[in-house]
Design a protein. Structure first.
Length: 72
């Protein structure tokens, strides 16, 4: 069995928490942060089962940075 270290971001969106993996394009949600992360873990396990050679982005020291944009 292979192992991999992943980075995830979690935030509150409306009534739910969203968990997003930063290394691959997989996300999930739940009623709490813990639920969202548990659901993300399950989704990631299924993702890696179905993908023999997934493209994994190595993320080192992720940081959340806010930016103000102007748009029309």
């Amino acid at each position: 069995m292979k192992t991999i270290e992943i980075n995830s971001a979690v935030w509150k969106e409306g009534d739910y928490f969203v968990a997003q993996c930063l290394n691959v394009d997989v996300s999930s949600f739940g009623n709490s942060k813990e639920d969202a992360l548990a659901n993300l873990k399950e989704a990631l396990e299924l993702f890696f089962e179905d993908n023999a050679h997934p493209d994994i982005t190595l993320i080192e020291k992720p940081e959340i940075v806010g930016t103000t944009l102007s748009y029309a």
